[in-house]
Design a protein around this ligand. Structure first.
Ligand code: FRU
Length: 490
């Protein structure tokens, strides 16, 4: 099959199921989703020639067939996105079982993609190749004749060796790659190149073979290496981490370390591993730097090996998160919704200094299944307070966030969202009680993203309420709170 035939096959399946997919009331209003079929990691994030590109792992043939290609969105403002034809298709010997995750760079005005070619040989054994493709128009991509530029893994590693993220540092190209050591430890390796084609290993920069990180499992996927406020950040997704109280409760994790990397030697002096998000669905995020030097992050609102969702019945699965701007505060990454999100705002409602004492109240104008809500809670003596969203008392549905002032825990509870169960119902995280709490919430048709205290903590999750469940209720228990709330319909 050639590229044109592949694109036609994709378009045929997209056309065939278009009306079925689009009739689904769980389709999102402002998050990126696949036209049909399966989406996972965001790939190749870049701003080039005044436009932003987001590629993503795309299997339009899900669930019958698996041909992982790169879907492609383009935007001038990070809000309105245009869908472009598939950029990479798994048609070569070196990527026959999937054009797996990777990244993008601007090389002298050309958009260059570096990705992992996944291959299963005749015995079902994995082979892994790092490959390049380039484009002059930002739409049509040509794989390089010199592919693959890295063949399989270096000594000491298994063939779980993938997801190259390329960056420029001191006029040289560098790349970090997710890896597994032969002793089944997760790891990240740093490479260097003058021309993107010939790559030399600098060193392994971090791994769960180090005693400090020995709890970080058997494989690290999707690493990102970047500088934020003069700190070097390694962000990655370790697999095989044991749950520890409220930490590491998802099947696979996503987090980062901050420190100082020596790019010549690969020596990385860094602090502890910190989880990036506290919700149920957040994985494989990628960053890009824009022309203002902002570091923008976009993640997958899903997890590998977790496919339980009612949207499967309508032939699509998963979506991406909103785009966030990263900053560092008190030696931690904070995430804030990008300012561009304000373009989505429609009718505005504000309620000031509302006192709620051992009560549940609705506020006029605040409800819906697609909104932005900014709340500030001030309190002194109160046990718990919070918000029930997508609430419907007739059928006992609600998605709740609340703060427990005694335990100093922020709790997100989707056990009655309309789909999930008790055992899949709560995520909690420590938030210091200082008498004030800010919650900035982005609700879409089947997801909610909560930014606590200007992005010190975030909770990102899918929810599947009934269409009619649109009430919002504010409550307090065991005392009084003062609430300021601003709500925008989206
Ligand atoms: C992460 C991941 C990557 C891989 C891709 C395949 O979700 O497993 O490591 O490249 O997905 O789709």
């Amino acid at each position: 099959m050639n590229i044109n035939q592949f694109i036609q096959k994709v378009e045929a399946v997209e056309t065939k199921y278009k009306s079925e997919v689009e009739a689904d009331h769980y389709r999102q209003k402002y998050h990126l989703m696949p036209r049909v079929g399966f989406m996972n990691d965001p790939n190749g994030l870049i701003e080039i020639a005044g436009e932003y590109h987001v590629f993503y792992q795309y299997n339009p043939f899900y669930p019958e067939e698996k041909h992982v290609c790169w879907g492609h969105f383009r935007s001038k403002d990070l809000i309105t996105w245009e869908e472009l034809p598939v950029a990479l298709s798994p048609l070569e010997g070196y990527d026959s079982h999937g054009c797996y995750s990777g990244s993008a760079v601007d090389k002298d005005g050309k958009l260059v993609l570096m990705y992992t070619g996944n291959v299963k040989d005749s015995k079902g054994e994995r082979e892994t190749y790092q490959c390049l493709a380039e484009s002059s128009d930002g739409v049509n991509f040509k794989k390089l004749d010199t592919n693959p530029v890295i063949k399989n893994q270096p000594k000491g590693y298994t063939r779980h060796f993938r997801d190259p993220k390329v960056l420029k540092h001191n006029d040289k190209w560098y790349m970090v790659i997710g890896a597994q050591k032969e002793e089944e430890k997760g790891s990240t390796v740093l490479y260097c190149s003058e021309d993107l084609e010939k790559w030399n290993i600098v060193n392994e920069i971090l791994g769960s073979n180090l005693s400090k990180f020995d709890f970080l499992g058997y494989m690290w996927e999707c690493p990102n290496l970047f500088t934020l406020d003069n700190k070097d950040v390694l962000l990655f997704c370790p697999q095989g981490v044991d749950k520890k109280g409220d930490l590491y409760n998802n099947i696979y994790q996503c987090g980062y370390v901050l420190g100082k990397l020596n790019y010549e030697t690969g020596e990385f002096n860094c602090g502890d591993f910190l989880e990036l998000d506290r919700g149920f669905e957040f994985y494989a995020p990628q960053i890009m730097e824009d022309h203002n030097g902002r570091i923008l992050l976009l993640g997958w609102m899903g997890l590998p090996d977790k496919e339980s969702s009612p949207t499967i019945n309508n032939r699509w699965l998963h979506c991406l998160t909103s785009i966030r701007e990263l900053k560092i505060k008190d030696n931690k990454i904070v995430q804030q919704p990008i300012i561009e999100m304000q373009k989505l705002r429609r009718e505005r409602t504000e309620h000031k200094e509302v006192l709620i004492k051992d009560n549940e109240i609705e506020l006029k104008g605040i409800s819906g299944d697609s909104f932005e809500l900014k709340c500030t809670f001030e309190f002194d003596k109160v046990e718990q307070f919070g918000i029930k969203m997508r609430y419907n008392s007739d059928i006992n549905e609600e998605t709740v966030m609340f703060y427990d002032t005694v335990e100093e825990k922020l709790v997100f509870d989707r056990s009655k969202d309309g789909f999930h169960k008790e055992e899949d119902g709560q995520r909690r995280c420590y938030v210091k009680n200082n008498g004030k709490l800010k919650a900035h919430i982005f609700m879409d048709k089947s997801s909610v993203e909560i930014f606590i205290n200007d992005g010190e903590e975030t909770f990102t999750s899918r929810i599947y309420p009934s269409e009619e469940s649109t009430d919002v209720v504010f409550f307090s228990k065991g005392g009084e709170i003062k609430l300021n709330a601003v709500h925008w319909v989206i």
